[in-house]
Design a protein around this ligand. Structure first.
Ligand SMILES: Nc1ncnc2c1ncn2[C@@H]1O[C@H](COP(=O)(O)OP(=O)(O)OP(=O)(O)O)[C@@H](O)[C@H]1O
Ligand SMILES: [Mg+2]
Length: 644
């Protein structure tokens, strides 16, 4: 259906894609995966026609309808939720035009038996079916169904989008894309802002979707349920696997292992041959064998190991002067937006050094509470105070809105950095994986993960003793998430975290504040304590039965697998291997001595023969000569075997 041929994309001197080819079929369900900045979003934008490649072509049928959900988007803040969703049907008119055009074409043709004609009929049929779908259902009812599936309450459909968070606006966009029911859906990290119920709803919806799908996600479970093919982008190339994500991970591991083994074997062979050539280069007796080995080396097709992108950022929060014992104190706090009460009568104290997680459904007020702590918002009742000597670093959920898109990476830090740190900005950016010319990139071209990294870099310019991080892992790939987690584990200040990422929270937070039913409850202990006290083994169980606490199911990737040292030998095995090596070395030495002695003898005879010395008994000497040569060959063979 869509062919991508010899696609290359470069920005300045940097090549993002290098001669990439792949084909998308009608009902493919593709998971597009890769590290932050590998080019996933760019690939979707190219397919969606938003970006043109530097070279190569995209071939797609002219009447193909594409539904594209971007990773980040602008939207009309003044529109009501329901009206925005109904915009999805504005293309009904377009569809009618397409049908008219196809009808016209069909009427015009006479090649009734041809494949082209048949395809035309299929397309016409599809388009007509789609149209009848739109017109047979009440668009309003459809829109409501999708919006409520994505978590909106009925009475929220009339709200202006401007009042909603990025996450909820993303859902409106998603609803719009789904309602269009296109031939191909391109979804760029749709689960980033969804809670578990909405993810499940989306899973079901997509399972029933009949067109093609390309999905970018860092959520393994979601990928496994929905996709049947995985396309990996790594260092400018594409690796295509006709299997879902988990299986792809296995195959990928095998691919690297096999490559490594083949490479190692070939290296050994090359080394051995080179040693042979070096050793016998000047020996007339071996010149044929040497020549043939030189040829052999020349002809050898060298196995290359693919580079793997394992670059990790280097993150450490600088130590800060201590704050007072009480860091945040909330007394009788209540908050509302218009008539909507978020929570009331919240009393809590956060003490120095505590690592707190805010848990709760979307909309229960976690971000709102953070913004009260930062004084960005004022409570409608009660008070929130920061303790003595508290300096707070805040990572807001909507980073994409807060960064100046026209500024450069370096400029962004330059604006906020003061004092000595200004001389180290490039180093800091380097540690956050912005290398060389990357620092001159404009924020607007950065990938989601790169933006998250830049926002994170701002937090280490100053020493803070309180960090308030709202969904810091959104957009981050697994390696980056893990680095952040470790940096926070060794951070000595006070930490407040909002996150839906179970793997991230586990072993990091030591106290949970649960936002539920308009109030906040304190639970001592970490995430697993919290869950077990609720007599629940997994977050899924906790989240499933309706309006309780919700946390996105998460992304147990093979991180632990990555971190495990692979195939480490036990001590005893290692010792045995060392002994074996020693034995082999002494055998080789002995063999080389013998070869040397044989060669000496042979040379001696050759000298005698060529000197035509009449003391030599020719037949006897020749026999001896023959024997010596034979033994030498055997020894050489032995020597080669010892190097295997
Ligand atoms: N117009 C541009 N000029 C320069 N660099 C660009 C431009 N557009 C994209 N890039 C760079 O290309 C790379 C790929 O970006 P892309 O958004 O496709 O990555 P991604 O795989 O979607 O990453 P993420 O997982 O973080 O969303 C990034 O390094 C980005 O900064
Ligand atoms: Mg992206």
């Amino acid at each position: 259906m869509i062919s991508i041929n010899n696609l290359s994309v470069s920005f300045g001197g940097f090549t993002l894609f290098d001669q990439v080819n792949f084909h998308i079929n009608d009902s493919d369900r593709i998971g597009l995966v890769g590290r932050n900045g590998s080019g996933k979003t760019t690939m979707l934008r190219i397919i969606a026609g938003v970006v043109t490649p530097s070279s190569g072509q995209i071939q797609l049928p002219g009447d193909l309808t594409i539904g594209y959900l971007p990773q980040e988007m602008d939207f009309d803040k003044d529109k009501r939720v329901i009206d925005a969703a109904l915009e999805a049907f504005s293309h009904v008119k377009e569809l009618e035009d397409v049908i008219a055009r196809l009808n016209f074409e069909v009427a015009d043709r006479t090649d009734y038996e041809s494949e082209g004609y048949h395809k035309l009929l299929v397309r016409l049929n599809d388009a007509t079916e789609r149209l009848s779908l739109y017109t047979s259902f009440n668009p309003m009812a459809q829109a409501e169904k999708v919006l409520t599936g994505l978590g909106f309450h009925r009475n929220e459909l009339e709200r202006d989008r401007g009042e909603l968070s990025v996450g909820w606006n993303m859902r409106v966009e998603l609803a719009k894309v789904l309602l269009r029911s296109p031939d191909i859906l391109l979804l760029d990290e749709p689960t980033n802002h969804l809670d578990i119920e909405s993810i499940k709803w989306l899973e079901e919806y997509l399972s029933g979707f009949r067109g093609a799908l390309i999905l970018i996600s860092h959520d393994r479970r979601f990928l496994d349920v929905i996709t049947n093919r995985t396309v990996e982008i790594m260092l400018g190339k594409i690796h295509d696997y006709k299997v879902p994500y988990s299986r792809y991970k296995e195959l990928r591991k095998e691919r690297f292992e096999q490559q490594r083994a083949a490479f190692d074997n070939q290296q050994k062979l090359i080394e051995k041959t080179e040693e042979f050539i070096e050793r016998f280069r000047y020996k007339a007796t071996k010149s044929n064998q040497v020549q043939s080995r030189i040829k052999q080396l020349d002809k050898l097709e060298r196995i290359e190991i693919e580079e793997e992108d394992n670059s990790a950022l280097n993150l450490r929060f600088p130590p800060a002067p201590r704050s007072g014992q009480v860091v945040v104190k909330a007394e009788g706090v209540a908050m509302s937006f218009g008539p909507k009460r978020i929570f009331s009568d919240v009393n809590l104290i956060i003490e120095r050094g505590e690592k707190i997680a805010f848990l709760g459904r979307n909309g229960e007020g976690k971000t709102t509470f953070m913004r009260l702590v930062t004084k960005e918002l004022l409570p409608v009742a009660g008070s929130i105070t920061l303790g003595h000597n508290v300096s707070m670093g805040y990572y807001a959920q909507n980073q994409e809105e807060l960064l100046d898109k026209e500024d450069t990476v370096l400029g962004t830090l330059d604006k906020v950095a003061v004092g000595d740190v200004r001389t180290r900005l490039r180093d800091i950016l380097g540690a956050f994986l912005f290398k060389g010319e990357d620092v001159d990139k404009k924020v607007k071209v950065l990938s989601g993960g790169e933006r998250a990294r830049l926002a994170m870099a701002k937090l280490i310019l100053k020493p803070y003793n309180l960090l308030a991080l709202d969904e810091p892992t959104n957009h981050m790939d697994l390696i980056s998430k893990d680095v952040l987690k470790r940096a926070l584990q060794s951070y000595e200040g006070t930490l407040i975290l909002v996150s839906h990422d179970r793997d991230f929270l586990d072993g990091l937070a030591d106290k949970v504040f649960e936002f539920k039913d308009g109030t906040v409850r304190e639970h001592l202990g970490g995430l697993s304590d919290f869950l077990s006290r609720k007599n629940i083994s997994t977050l899924e169980q906790l989240e499933d039965p309706g309006p309780g606490l919700q946390i996105n199911d998460n992304r147990r990737e093979e991180l632990s697998e990555n971190l495990k040292s692979e195939g480490a030998l036990s001590y005893l095995q290692q010792k045995e291997a060392e002994r074996e090596q020693k034995r082999k070395r002494s055998k080789i030495e002995k063999c080389e001595e013998e070869i040397g002695a044989l060669e000496k003898k042979i040379m001696e005879i050759e000298r005698l023969l060529s000197a035509n010395d009449n003391r030599v008994s020719l037949p006897q000497t020749l026999e001896e000569y023959g024997l010596l040569k034979e033994t030498l060959d055997k020894k050489l063979e032995e020597w080669e075997k010892l190097h295997d």
